[in-house]
Design a protein around this ligand. Structure first.
Ligand SMILES: Cc1cc2nc3c(=O)[nH]c(=O)nc-3n(C[C@H](O)[C@H](O)[C@H](O)COP(=O)(O)OP(=O)(O)OC[C@H]3O[C@@H](n4cnc5c(N)ncnc54)[C@H](O)[C@@H]3O)c2cc1C
Length: 439
């Protein structure tokens, strides 16, 4: 029987390897860390999260909730690790990032059908192969991939948010509360009156003009927009976005603040906090100066500064078939692409494309006829999105959202009932796919 090579032990590669191995395939994972790190990864652990420790909403009637439910039904390793290492985060699913990656690493290391090899892969290995090297694919492999696809990989830029040492936050000013009380005391809030907000806003937009020149040609993904770029859209844009004060009244006075900066715990001990929505490309001294203007953060020490990184993805509608295989005459055999490299955006979206690649590869190896996830499921909708030629502006990465799923075919006016109906339909379709994939 043929073995499967998986390049990249991130979220998608770990999931692909696990799915294939659980179906009886011998898998070798090639991961370049810790011998060679990417600009964002810090460890040699598999499944390391590079930025936020949140896997987004855990509410059943949201698109991210649906994706979680589908992954769980399909025995996803990443979801199993997330549940095992979850920390309180209101209605979101957030994890202790070190425990999360350690869990995934142990599970893969202990699996009798999985071998892990450390080292950078610079050429496409013999098929069957899953390429899951992510948005920070090493230059050599990106060049090799570019050669095969006949065009250089597309890229844009992602920004990550700073992390603050909890001991340096002023708790006389910052207060615990979740928006509208949903989720207890999971967020730490830094309240701003109008004067404090204006002072912060002016410093932020002024600081941005210093770096804007260097980044003129950079394409930034809307879902990960740097806070200073968003601020340039107008003085109040942040107050209606990540700094919106609604549902977070001041505990002492009950008054609604002019703006509120939210901090989310990085771990259960609350020893470090992520600045929600504060992805940034500002230089480090500017981050210190500007973010310390936020009430409660005047003495903040940064455990990690925000930064901006390249994101690589291929033109999937042109190059991938519905089984995530490269459909190019010059590629012999089955080369699957998984994760963010396919043009999905987000931790669990990347995981979903890893899960499908692992299943497809295993079925192909055992000569079992192809199956396709229905388009009315979250995973199927993502697959359809990345493999259908884009209209208009060209192919751009996407998160999961209900807009990707086909309409219901009946008119339900109540928004909440409509979402529930979409979710029910999806889970019914998905259970059929999972049953077929587990044959
Ligand atoms: C800076 C940054 C911040 C992000 N922040 C978020 C966020 O907050 N929330 C969110 O949902 N999504 C975020 N994303 C988007 C994305 O969901 C994650 O990057 C996600 O980890 C992608 O999963 P993946 O498995 O495709 O890639 P990764 O998880 O990055 O895994 C790829 C793996 O391949 C390895 N590798 C690369 N090249 C080679 C090679 N040549 N040989 C061997 N191994 C190689 C890497 O070391 C890495 O371990 C962010 C992306 C970036 C770049």
């Amino acid at each position: 029987m043929l073995g499967l090579t998986v390049i990249g032990g991130g979220l998608a590669g770990s999931e692909a390897a696990y799915q294939a191995a659980c179906r009886g395939v011998d898998v070798t994972i090639h991961e370049m860390r810790p011998a060679k790190l990417t600009p964002a990864h810090k460890s040699g652990l598999l499944g390391e999260l590079v930025c936020s420790n949140s896997l987004r909403s855990d509410l059943a009637d949201t698109a991210h909730g649906l994706l979680k439910a589908e992954l769980t039904m399909a025995n996803s390793l990443i979801m199993e690790a997330a549940r095992a290492t979850a920390i309180p985060a209101g209605s979101a699913l957030a994890v202790n990032r070190d425990e999360f990656a350690a869990y995934i690493t142990k599970k893969l290391k202990d699996h009798p059908r999985i071998e892990i090899v450390t080292g950078e892969v610079t050429q496409l290995p013999a098929p069957p192969t899953v390429i899951a090297t992510g948005p920070l694919t090493s230059d050599a492999l990106a060049a090799a991939l570019g050669k095969v696809t006949g065009e250089s990989s597309l890229y844009f830029y992602d920004a990550i948010a700073p992390i603050i040492d909890a001991d340096t936050i002023d708790y006389n000013i910052a207060y615990y509360s979740s928006r509208y009380g949903k989720g207890g005391d999971d967020y730490l809030n830094c309240p701003m009156d109008e004067t404090a907000y204006n002072l912060f806003y002016d410093a932020l937009t002024e600081a941005d003009s210093v770096v804007a020149r260097d980044f003129e040609d950079i394409k930034v993904f809307e879902g990960c927009m740097p806070v200073e770029v968003m601020a340039l859209r107008g003085r109040d844009t942040l107050r209606f976005g990540p700094l919106r004060p609604v549902g977070l009244p001041h505990p002492a006075t009950g008054a609604m603040m002019h703006a509120v900066v939210q901090l989310r715990a990085e771990n259960a001990q609350r020893s470090a906090f992520n600045m929600v929505g504060f992805q940034t490309r500002l230089r480090q001294p500017q981050q210190q100066r500007v973010f310390r203007l936020i009430p409660g953060l005047q003495g903040a020490e940064f455990l990690r500064y925000g930064s901006i990184h390249r994101n690589t993805f291929i033109n999937s509608p042109l190059y991938l078939d519905r089984s995530l295989r490269l459909k190019l005459p010059q590629v012999d055999g089955s080369v699957y692409v998984a994760g963010q490299l396919t043009g999905v955006e987000g931790y669990l979206e990347s995981t979903a494309m890893g899960l499908l690649a692992g299943i497809f590869a295993a079925l192909d190896i055992f000569g079992i006829p192809r199956i396709e996830p229905p388009a009315d499921t979250a995973c199927g909708a993502l697959l359809a999105y990345i493999t259908t030629p884009a209209k208009g502006a060209g192919f751009q990465p996407s998160n999961i959202n209900f807009g990707l799923l086909p309409p219901l075919g009946k008119n339900i006016r109540d928004k909440s009932l409509k979402k529930q109906a979409i979710v029910t339909r999806a889970l019914q379709s998905w259970s059929g796919f999972v049953a077929a994939a587990n044959r």
